[in-house]
Design a protein around this ligand. Structure first.
Ligand code: AP5
Ligand code: MG
Length: 206
């Protein structure tokens, strides 16, 4: 199964990708996670991408496409993949069609007003990478799963969030038309309980 998760920042792409990639036994490939890891390791890609992530803007297509092409050539992608956060522009989608055409695209829909609370309240565990909303944590600094320290993503500050939302509406939303034109789009309401969204994603893919 070759899958794409499309949706605005905070829609729940990463949250749902964990369960859906396990269900289909395909690797979960998040370009955002790849950039954050490259930044942490100060690789050439990380050094170039950092200013875009910090500003909430999209990294140039050429950089992202090369990174994804390399990743999809790896052995674990032979049986498929779940791409989370790629493609994000029509040029990226066209490039992906030339590398490995996806079977289905799941669009997770959530209104902008809901997204702001989800993103400003998001905390990520530095040890197990688990994602939580701060309102659900008994201790605002400790991961409830592994006890690691949780942190707030640099780009989860209100001023950067508005730039990310604008980038989504202007540059990524056109992909909805691109994939519905190819009859590959499954739309799922992302504004319900995590377990219900998961069930609806599987149902829409069937
Ligand atoms: P990326 O890391 O992909 O960020 P994003 O698209 O902005 O999405 P997020 O990771 O913020 O949200 P999500 O949908 O994964 O939500 P999550 O599950 O965490 O990209 C970061 C940056 O990298 C970009 O800005 C850009 O600079 C660069 N980049 C990446 N890919 C690129 C590309 N292809 N081209 C160019 N640049 C690229 O959930 C969010 C919160 O909501 C959590 O707190 C979670 O617990 C909560 N939550 C989830 N589901 C629910 C639910 N059903 N109900 C209530 N709360 C929920
Ligand atoms: Mg994510």
């Amino acid at each position: 199964m070759k899958l794409i998760f499309l949706g605005p920042p905070g829609a729940g792409k990463g949250t749902q990708a964990a369960g859906v990639s396990a269900h289909f036994r395909v690797p979960h490939i998040s370009t955002g996670d790849m950039f954050r890891s490259a930044i942490k390791n100060e690789t050439p890609v990380g050094i170039e991408a950092k200013r875009y992530l910090d500003a909430g803007e999209l990294v140039p297509d050429s950089v992202v496409i090369d990174m994804v092409r390399e990743r999809l050539a790896m052995d674990d992608c032979k049986s498929g993949y779940l791409l989370d956060g790629f493609p994000r522009t029509v040029d990226q989608a066209v490039a992906l069609d030339g590398i490995s055409e996806p079977d289905a695209v799941v669009e997770i829909e959530v209104r902008d007003e809901k997204l702001l609370d989800r993103l400003t309240g998001r905390r990520v565990c530095g040890k197990c990478q688990g994602t939580f909303h701060v309102s659900k944590l008994a201790d605002a600094h400790t991961c409830p799963v592994c006890g690691g320290e949780v942190y707030q993503r640099e780009d989860d500050r209100p001023e950067t969030i508005s730039t990310r939302l604008r980038a989504y509406h202007e540059q990524t939303e056109p992909l909805i038309g691109y994939y519905s034109g190819k009859d590959k789009l499954c739309r799922v309401n992302g504004d319900s309980r995590v377990e219900d969204v998961f069930k609806n994603i599987l149902a829409s893919l069937e």
